[in-house]
Design a protein around this ligand. Structure first.
Ligand code: DC
Length: 241
């Protein structure tokens, strides 16, 4: 079974994929984490993340996989080392977009993603999993959220130290409506805006641009609760067996 979840940053695809994986005992194939692991490897080895040739060589040599931590949560392994925490560092955030744009890096990661899915049932999450990596996926979802678009019209309100909650650090009862009740309302637009801009850059990029596969089921997470989104995907899985 291969379930593919594509969608823009901020649509909630990571949280949804994690919940579905847990409910159905699938491996969560977090493709963004794989590009982050390559970025971390480059940073550790003093390789410039802008140097396509050098970064491509790192990607060709690196082996990324997923494990299970002491608390049962999924870990990200790079060449046998647990890098789950390191790949979320700001330094990685700043460089991963460049690293993930290189053709050879994408080819190396796509090959590893397919190997992982050949060995077990997976729910794959990322910008190209339904279109490029697993065009034959059993279930394909394109998760979106209109809150993202609204963010463009809102003013920037940076509040020192508080304006941008850590990605995935806050969960609310709505997939795209996190932060509500936990941060001042004025804090929300700015963090969304950052995500929205990244989404726009993603749609415009040359390699693996963000887009829905023709046969993907579109789910707008801003109109549903988190559980409703998860239930919908689980029901789609039940229908295909
Ligand atoms: O979802 P994320 O923030 O962990 O993704 C990290 C980066 O990798 C982000 O710049 C998008 C990119 N990415 C990609 O190019 N292709 C994927 N399949 C997944 C993520």
């Amino acid at each position: 079974m291969i379930v593919a979840i594509d969608g823009p940053a901020g649509s909630g695809k990571s949280s949804v994929a994690r919940a579905v994986a847990r409910r159905r005992g699938l491996m969560l194939l977090d493709t963004g984490a794989m590009y982050r692991a390559i970025t971390w490897r480059c940073l550790m080895r003093g390789v410039s993340c802008e140097d396509e040739g050098a970064v491509s060589r790192e990607a060709a040599q690196a082996r990324v996989s997923f494990g299970v931590g002491d608390d049962g949560s999924q870990t990200v392994m790079l060449d046998g080392d647990d890098v789950t925490r390191q790949i979320r560092l700001p330094e990685v955030d700043r460089n991963v977009s460049a690293v993930s744009s290189f053709k050879a890096v994408r080819e190396a990661m796509v090959a590893q993603q397919r190997q992982l899915a050949a060995a077990q049932d997976v729910i794959a999450e990322g910008r190209d999993v339904g279109t490029v990596v697993f065009p034959q996926a059993d279930v394909k979802v394109f998760l979106t959220a209109d809150a993202r678009e609204r963010a463009f019209r809102l003013p920037l309100i940076p509040l020192a130290g508080a304006w941008c909650p850590r990605r995935r650090g806050v969960r609310g009862d709505r997939v795209a409506g996190f932060c509500k009740g936990r941060f001042p309302v004025s804090v929300i637009p700015f963090c969304r805006l950052k995500r929205a801009r990244r989404g726009r850059a993603g749609r415009a990029r040359a390699r693996a641009p963000l887009g829905a596969a023709a046969d993907a089921v579109l789910i707008d997470s801003s109109r549903l609760t988190f559980d409703e989104v998860v239930d919908r995907i689980v029901r789609m899985m039940d229908r295909v067996g």
